[in-house]
Write a new protein. Structure first.
Length: 116
């Protein structure tokens, strides 16, 4: 069974518009033309079942270990040239600057700990 939530009526200028989600859902289920053959498009009960299965998985990334849930922000000062170099090497590695910098710091910490 399909459950459609109607949004409230919107007032735009002198016009009053109601969004008709029921009409859109009917079009998608009955009149919309899909490419044939479609290896990726699900319709009807198959689509509903697949959507329900995805929602049952939960959203977001997996929970962290309780000891690692809170992180600390470490601020450092670097010159504009150093920042540009950091951004360049991170981009070349296909990473975000902060991720690349975090990995670089942790790698150096791990090397230093081995030499203690």
């Amino acid at each position: 069974m399909r459950h459609i939530h109607h949004q409230p009526i919107e007032h735009k200028g002198n016009h009053t518009m109601a969004k008709d989600f029921e009409k859109a859902a009917d079009w998608a289920e009955q009149d919309m033309a899909l490419p044939e053959p479609s290896a990726t498009t699900r319709t009807g009960d198959d689509a509903a079942d697949y959507g329900s299965e995805i929602l049952s998985r939960g959203a977001g990334r997996p929970a962290k270990d309780p000891s690692e849930r809170r992180s600390v922000v470490l601020q450092i000062r670097i010159s504009p040239t150093e920042l540009a170099d950091l951004e360049e090497v991170a981009a070349a590695a296909g990473e975000k600057t902060r991720s690349w910098a975090r990995d670089a710091v942790l790698n150096r910490v791990n090397r230093a700990k081995r030499n203690l």
